[in-house]
Design a protein around this ligand. Structure first.
Ligand SMILES: [Fe+2]
Ligand SMILES: [Fe+2]
Length: 278
């Protein structure tokens, strides 16, 4: 697959007047994506370390260049999401201790104890989830009514996840193409990713004193069930990943959605994103 991967800097101002529940009427999605924002930098630093460990031994120049382009994009995601942490701090959320525990207790331990084939398999699966989330949020316009600054941050990230979605999977095929390796990585990643995301979102909602309100659970049911259908769609997407002949490039209209978002943000006045020199 010959995708085009451009690194862009997210330049929009994320000022302090952004409301804590920046998707009006939906504290659940605001909190889930705030949790995503907290988890992104350590997660993506792990992807970068994993890919950096692979690239020197890659025979395929094209794949090596795609990995380097992937790393440049992921590095910018971490920088931009971390900028949003200042808002979370100002809003009084306590999350930094947990973030440190997750980074040191999971990702840094993986670096030391997990073999490279397993780390690549973990990254391949989580990249599939990232692209899936991006595709579902963009195709259903879930953030259409969100505060435009946070919407731009999230949608830029989602669009780039779609753009580079095949890189880690192709790397896994180059490093360790055995099917059981994909399955082990998928089981571990899926469990860890959704557990971390859900627990952290629940913690943020508890700090807001919103966790045990009826309205919150109705929003959650809407997100997972009849509204956004995320529970059913997530199961279907994970099943796709486990099909022996799966390849991430097969994702219907995802590229067109990503291109539209990126073009809109680049053409805005002032632009939210600026391409980086090659
Ligand atoms: Fe990313
Ligand atoms: Fe990614």
């Amino acid at each position: 697959m010959e995708e085009s991967i451009t690194a862009r800097r997210f330049t929009a101002t994320l000022s302090r007047d952004i409301p804590r529940h920046w998707l009006p009427g939906n504290e659940v999605v605001s909190s889930l994506l705030n949790a995503y924002t907290i988890l992104v930098p350590a997660n993506e630093a792990f992807y970068i370390r994993t890919l950096n460990a692979c690239t020197p031994r890659l025979q395929d120049d094209g794949l090596r260049q795609r990995c380097q382009a992937f790393i440049r994009q992921e590095a910018q995601h971490g920088v931009a999401h971390k900028r949003y942490w200042d808002n979370l701090d100002a809003q009084g959320y306590a999350y930094r201790g947990i973030e440190r525990v997750v980074d040191r207790g999971i990702f840094r331990v993986m670096d030391r104890v997990a073999p490279l084939w397993l780390r690549v398999s973990l990254v391949s699966c989580v990249e599939h989830i990232n692209a899936f989330l991006g595709y579902k949020f963009l195709s259903q316009a879930i953030l259409a009514n969100a505060d435009p600054r946070v919407r731009d941050l999230m949608e830029w990230h989602f669009a780039e996840e779609i753009e580079h979605r095949a890189v880690a999977f192709d790397l896994l095929q180059a490093v360790s193409p055995r099917y059981p390796v994909r399955v082990i990585g998928a089981v571990m990643t899926t469990t860890l990713f959704y557990l971390l995301l859900a627990s952290l979102a629940a913690l943020l909602l508890a700090q807001d004193r919103r966790l045990w309100r009826m309205a919150t659970w109705r929003q959650l049911m809407h997100h997972l069930g009849a509204g956004h259908g995320m529970a059913r769609r997530t199961v279907g997407h994970l099943r796709d990943y486990l099909r022996p002949r799966f390849h991430p490039s097969r994702l219907a209209d995802a590229d067109a959605l990503a291109t539209t978002v990126l073009a809109r943000q680049a053409a805005a006045e002032p632009p939210s994103i600026v391409p980086m020199p090659p």
